[in-house]
Design a protein around this ligand. Structure first.
Ligand code: PLP
Length: 403
């Protein structure tokens, strides 16, 4: 049979055709009124997508560049920071804070788990300047409770800044950036916004801008104050990623179009979409004999472990070889033990059912698990058939809008 290549990886994710067309047509110079109009429009859309009154900036880099900027711009050598880590991306915060000479307190949750709030409380010190955390730890497909973490910080060390890597959290989980007090929230282009890698975006609070006035760490390309100054005039400090910005505008139009043109509602539709794909996938894989790895599973992606003695790499290899579908192996120590399937961005019911069908055949034929064909599909169908809109999400949006 033909095998169409399809990405089910948690970044890069499948591309939105409308965004691809917009990128192909983006033959603009960046110091022109045409570009300024595009940039200004996309920055305004992004604010609505993120759901904040804070400034939102775009950087020409992958997500890690924006993570670096939130260390270099906010800290001085010797500043005490708290890193909450539960996987490979949490470990990246520690590496970045180390590179910029911060004094690091690190709170670890085991891979596949999230943080106990009492331990977060205890890890905060009177002089903690910044707390760094992921909204969803993609390496283990775990969701952290940012609202509760933010509340803990505000109660214990209200001066501390909160920086959230929402690179796979944005578009898969709800944030009330201003209400909870998230000082920096970071997103990346190759995740829920359905365009290629190469753009990062971040919201920056007034408290964070104030901290930059006295922070001493070196920065040049990722000088956020310089970007803000230029953004006010519809420009970026250096040559922007023009095509990706055009693609991002088209993707945000598409997301708004899912809710009659309302981007805030469209974001909720995107989150609910990811949640539906995730619950279908979790139910199917559990029915096939895999174990969901996380005790706080994210909607961004699902990670499952393979039964003892089997290699998750064999599943990754076989779904690609037989069906053209690209899923992700575990990262680092988790390689061979688990595989991961993305739900963030441009996935739908059909994509989800198709992959479950493929995984079912691989479980049956390659792993020789005792499954009956149709068993995983049936579990996913049941979940889908009884799925209701997430009322809590709509209510939260209502609250955020009223506030
Ligand atoms: C993808 C991802 C990143 C960013 O990685 P880049 O390769 O720099 O884009 C950071 N954090 C999380 C949680 C991610 O999923």
């Amino acid at each position: 049979m033909f095998r169409k290549t399809r990405l089910y990886t948690p970044g890069p994710t499948p591309l939105l055709p409308a965004a691809q067309f917009a990128m192909a047509a983006a033959d603009l110079h960046h110091r022109t009124p045409e570009f300024r109009a595009l940039y200004t429009r996309v920055l305004a859309q992004l604010k609505e997508f993120v759901g904040t009154q804070n400034d939102v900036l775009l950087l020409a880099c992958s997500g890690t560049g924006a993570m670096e900027s939130s260390v270099s711009n906010l800290t001085s050598p010797g500043d005490r920071v708290l890193v909450l880590t539960a996987g490979k991306f949490g470990e990246r915060w520690t590496a970045l804070a180390k590179a910029f000479g911060c004094t690091i307190d690190q709170l670890d949750a085991p891979y596949g788990q999230t943080f106990d709030l009492a331990t977060v409380n205890a890890a905060l010190k009177p002089d903690t300047k910044v707390v760094y955390v992921q909204a969803t730890e993609t390496s283990t497909a775990t969701r952290h409770d940012i609202r509760a973490i933010a509340e803990t910080i505000r109660a214990v060390t209200p001066e501390a800044l909160l920086v959230v890597d929402g690179i796979t959290g944005l578009g898969t989980t709800h944030f009330d950036v201003d209400g909870w007090g998230i000082d920096i929230l970071i997103g990346g282009s190759q995740k829920a916004v359905m365009i290629p890698p190469g753009l990062a975006y971040l919201s920056v609070s007034d408290r964070a801008w104030a901290a930059m006035e006295s922070s001493k760490n070196p920065r040049y390309y990722f000088d956020l104050r310089k970007e803000r100054k230029n953004a006010k005039n519809g420009e970026s400090a250096y040559t922007p990623s023009v095509a990706l910005i055009a693609g991002l505008g088209a993707a945000l139009d598409y997301i708004a179009g899912q809710a009659g043109g309302n981007l805030a509602e469209g974001r909720i539709a995107l989150i609910e979409n990811a949640e539906t794909c995730a619950v279908m996938t979790r139910a199917a894989l559990a029915a096939l004999g895999f174990t969901v790895f996380s005790n706080a599973p994210a909607a961004a992606a699902t990670a499952v472990t393979v039964p003892e003695g089997l290699d998750s790499g064999a599943v990754v290899k076989e779904v690609k070889a037989r069906f053209g579908a690209v899923i992700a192996n575990g990262q680092g120590e988790m390689k061979g033990k688990l595989f991961r399937i993305a739900h963030l961005g441009f996935f739908d019911y059909m994509d989800t059912i198709a992959l479950i069908g493929a995984l079912e055949l691989v479980a049956h034929d390659t792993l020789k698990l005792p499954v009956k064909l149709g068993q995983g599909l049936a579990a996913a169908q049941e979940v889908f058939a009884s799925r209701k809109p997430n009322q809590a999400l709509h209510e939260q949006l209502g609250e955020a809008v009223v506030a």
